[in-house]
Design a protein around this ligand. Sequence first.
Ligand SMILES: *Cc1c(COP(=O)(O)O)cnc(C)c1O
Length: 442
Amino acid sequence: MTNQTNPEMNSFNSLLNSKTTQWHPNIWPPFTQITSSSPPERVISAKGALLFRDNAPPLIDAISSWWVTLHGHANPYIADAIAKQAKNLEQVIFADFLHPQAELLAKRLHGATGLERLFFSDNGSTAVEVALKIACQWWHNQGDSRQQIIAFENAYHGDTFGAMAVGERNLFNAPFEDMLFPVSRLPWPATWWGDENIEEKEDLVIDQLEKLLEKPTIAVIIEPLVQGAGGMAMIRPQFLKAVEQKVHQANSLLIADEVLTGFGRCGKLFAFQRAGIQPDLISLSKGLTGGFLPMGVTMAKEKIFQGFMGDDPNLTFWHGHSFTANPLGCAAANASLDLLEKNPNDYEKFESRHLPYLKDLNKNPKVVKPRLHGTIAAFNIEIDGPKGYLNSIGKALKKYAIKKGVFLRPLGDVVYLLPPLCITDQELEKCYRTIHEGLKTL
Ligand SMILES: *Cc1c(COP(=O)(O)O)cnc(C)c1O
């Protein structure tokens, strides 16, 4: 730039002080139909559980900014780790080189998950794609032509093609339906407080799984304990355990999509650990970097990795991303793991913080199917109209809550709280109080 004053900088500063009342002419927002939504508000900064807007009161980020912010916004320890790394090594090609942050992270995640090999990618969808591709090619490398992949109804595994294929077929991927590979489906035996038929529901699904597994199967993919986008639908650890047993008895592979549930969200470091199982492949992202930077990893058992060794180039896993093992992402992830190791109570004890509030909220007649795993609390709103994502009752509650200073983003008639670990008791109490009051107005 030839000017001494930087015009870009001036317009950036002017944006900091202007109010948004319109959609930006150059931005295409995610998961949004502009014609039926109000324009987004501008966030200037954030700290802990709070989002700061211009000339408006702070908002409690009760959903961890789409489930990624783990310890809290702008956590100084992670911010410092990234800044330090950025001044030292910001990026290097990962095919011919290693770097210490990646080595350290691989070693630590091996220790934490029990799986030996770590493959880096960029987000949750790619972490799932990589797990699926590894599973498919592992069998292929053995000259085994099995085809079946088993997934669950209402699953969500991301928005790339492979991830869409294993996810529930719905409004979101209907235009691509013909291009998605076929998947065998199992019902999801969701449960909640006071659910009396759960064992029967689970047994039926396990029977169906057993039948499907009579056909040679590449892998079964599951969101352990909680289906996130599918409506914070929770299963019991016992069911997860039963699935693992059947999959391994049938000599197939189990892929745990821990993109949402990983890093303490379900009360243990990983959700699969609450069921005492060992998946063959694990997809991780979201909380991996504490929510600071986009990064995905896929963990694999050593025996799977060994299936790709050999002189024949066809055996190689020919997959990689430009930003593989980005040092800034690795530094953030290592810093986030430091915090989790230092304060395990922050996630292990979170369920007991939700519990009294959710019990109290459950007295509200509009609250049905309350459920809780670790840091994630959810319920359905009692409604007459169509259930599911497109029901507008959640939108009404969201609008009310934002006015009161709480950011919620219900999934249709499903309301949930998934706050960052740093949320204070006062802030958590305010979230529940706001929901309680908000339900009265609906
Ligand atoms: C969010 C999510 C994904 C996709 O992750 P992105 O980073 O958004 O691509 C995959 N699986 C699960 C369980 C998720 O919650």
